[in-house]
Ligand binder design. Structure first.
Ligand code: ADP
Ligand code: MG
Length: 451
């Protein structure tokens, strides 16, 4: 269009020059663009030229007005666009505000849900004690389950009753037993420390309860499966899991995830956190990852015990799964640990058996389990000083036994008549711990009543 305009303008200019020269014969002649064959003044040509000039003028004016109109139109559209952009920016600002508001609401809700769930568990008792009686083919039994929460030990005609949060009979399945620990797994994903312990004499079913068999997995595998399920369900939270595995033998910590006989591991305390510098921690994602790491740990444990001529029942096994969560929406982070502990056999070794290495082992086990009992007793009476440092076991478990931590203890008993004395002693230990749970629960109920 612009080019056309320029061509027309040029034609017009030329026509004007020619007219001028024709009207004024004295003026210097404009060199003709085309050879002039006719005389200079030709009225016909003049008329034609004048008409062409008029037409050119008209079309020029039309073009000018079209361009003007187009410019106006463009200006209007630009104004409209400016207005729309402004509105868009405003809407964007408003929606950003709304998103921020929603985000903070979500953050508040998440914190509230976590704290309410924690309160609920506290009311049930931060330490819950379950009793499980091992299956036996014998016709007589020294243990009777009288109801869901009561068990009686029959010994030499006397009947001693014990109460627990739940009593599992010989016929209880692995799934039923695991169900008791289920609520605390959510708590672990929420960032609380959770500990599940099995206490009892050798042969009472601790390993069966914690580890179980391939076909019939125990609490360890089931709690890990549940933990992974909860993590996967929370779409907006990304989790990182790390597993470690150690045994405590003769009050010494051995890393089970490394082959080398490294230097003995120590426990370091920094503020409220307890760590074991140098302990192997393996990042895991899936159940298969975890199972494979645990298998390695079990193998290393067998090799170590064969080398030292010991039995696995003479050491405490501690599997810890560190769960770190990061909420993409609220920006909140959480860190909890699930500690699974298969304790060494609690039986007293007879004086005749206890000599040499066995005596040292028995003394170490006795010391650590006594320390565990003392810690629970101190927690029970809200003592200012809780003797966590009396053994490596209690020192390591400190974060799972204090503060907001949740602990489930299985007291495993044998129903065999010959084991009655040990069964009684195990249930007494469990009873002491259970009183801790009730003491805590009472404390937490009190403020609620006043409200
Ligand atoms: P602990 O670890 O306390 O020494 P185990 O878990 O090794 O005891 O149990 C001793 C034996 O009894 C094992 O052969 C185990 O499979 C079996 N057992 C224990 N509890 C049960 C149960 N509830 N049902 C069937 N078998 C059991
Ligand atoms: Mg065992």
């Amino acid at each position: 269009m612009v080019q056309k305009l320029a061509e027309q303008e040029a034609d017009r200019q030329e026509a004007r020059e020619r007219i001028r020269s024709l009207l004024n014969p004295h003026a210097p002649a404009v060199p003709p663009t085309r050879p002039v064959t006719k005389p200079a003044v030709d009225p016909d040509q003049l008329r034609r030229l004048s008409r062409v000039t008029r037409e050119l003028n008209i079309s020029n004016k039309q073009l000018g007005s079209t361009v003007h109109q187009a410019m106006d139109d463009m200006r209007n559209r630009l104004e409209q666009l400016k207005g729309a952009t402004g509105k868009l920016a405003q809407v964007e600002q408003e929606s950003a505000g709304e998103v921020e508001e929603l985000r903070s609401l979500y953050r508040r809700e998440a914190v509230e849900r976590r704290s309410l769930y924690n309160k609920l568990l506290e009311l049930q008792g931060n330490i819950r004690v379950f009793c499980r009686c091992r299956r036996s083919s014998a016709s007589s039994s020294c243990v009777e389950r009288t109801d869901e929460q009561e068990v009686v030990v029959v010994q030499k005609g006397s009947r001693k009753k014990f109460q627990f949060d739940k009593v599992y009979s010989q016929s209880s399945s692995q799934q039923e037993v695991f169900a008791g620990t289920l609520p605390v797994i959510t708590s672990c994903v929420d960032g609380y420390n959770v500990c599940i312990l099995a206490y009892g004499q050798t042969g009472s079913g601790k390993t069966f309860t914690m580890m179980g068999g391939k076909e019939n997995p125990g609490v360890n595998i089931r709690s890990i499966q549940e933990l992974l399920r909860i993590c996967a369900e929370k779409e907006k939270v990304s989790y990182s899991l790390k597993i470690s595995m150690l045994e405590i033998y003769n009050d010494t910590l051995n890393d089970l995830l490394t082959k080398s006989d490294g230097a003995a591991l120590d426990i370091r305390v920094r503020g409220k956190s307890v760590s074991v510098p140098g302990l192997t921690q393996i990042q895991v994602r899936t159940e298969a990852d975890i199972l494979s790491v645990m298998e390695t740990g079990e193998k290393n444990r067998k090799i170590a015990s064969t080398k030292m001529n010991t039995q696995s029942s003479r050491s405490h096994l501690v599997v810890a799964l560190e769960v770190e969560g990061s909420d993409e929406v609220s920006g909140l982070t959480s860190g909890g640990t699930l500690t699974l502990c298969d304790l060494a056999g609690s039986e007293r070794i007879s004086k005749t058996e206890a000599e040499g290495q066995r005596l040292v082992e028995a003394a170490a086990i006795n010391k650590s389990l006594t320390a565990l009992g003392q810690v629970f007793s101190a927690l029970k009476c809200n003592a200012l000083h809780v003797p966590f440092r009396n053994s490596k076991l209690t020192h390591l478990l400190q974060p799972c036994l204090s503060g907001d931590a949740k602990c489930c203890v299985f007291v495993n008993v044998s129903p065999d008549m010959k084991d009655a004395a040990e069964t009684l002693s195990t249930l007494q230990f469990g009873s002491t711990i259970r009183q801790v749970a009730l003491g805590k629960a009472k404390q937490n109920i009190a403020p609620a009543k006043n409200q």
